[in-house]
Design a protein around this ligand. Sequence first.
Ligand code: 13P
Length: 249
Amino acid sequence: MRTPLLAGNWKMNGSVELVEAFGRAFAEAKLPEGVEVAIFPPFPYLDAAQRTFADTPLQLGAQSLNPQQSGAHTGEVSGSMLCEFGVRYALVGHSERRQLYREGDEAVFDRLLAALSVGLSPVLCVGESLEERDAGRTMEVVLRQVSVAMSRLEPAQRARVVIAYEPVWAIGTGRTATPAQAQEVMAGIRDYLASDNPELAEGLRLLYGGSMNAGNAGELLAQPDIDGGLVGGASLKVDDFLAICQSAG
Ligand code: 13P
């Protein structure tokens, strides 16, 4: 059985006040048995989040990391720095990083390796644009993104990766993929990985992301190949995110 993971990606949003609100709510919340929940706040809030979440089930993730361990990289943050704040997960290849900061497949792979090298679990984000979907290229694009990252890893490294399928057209648009659309692509990702290593594919966690909210999470999370969610906007509201987490039971 795969452990469900609900991940809240705050993007460039939030405040110390929001960290504290999540700390209070999740200290008392009843979460379904065996569900993992992680918040990915902006870097400056990691310190407060580590302290505030200590008495809660909330884990911590980072939204990015630099491929290097240290050095002259003004404005960047390394994986080992993240580990000092109790971070467990790191997003790599988020579509906003791919588009706005021109991180291509190679840059994504470097970050994946950097995360693994310090013991973080990378959350590898993949997904097609609307043009690619309309052109019938969804599986080709998604499997390329998966394969350039996964095919060069050792099996033991691969087992530590979480894959998030986030169709770009569904991110921040309110236009969620239907459960059937998401399931189709995610089953395709698992089948692709199973053709090389069935046991690994069976154990790998696949998250859906893209306008997931308290109203649609239950149906999405009920799909056989959806093991959790990567939630943007709805993870900024304590009650909404809690409701999403509760629908993973
Ligand atoms: P929204 O949930 O706001 O669509 O964002 C999804 C996302 O990009 C999470 O990483």
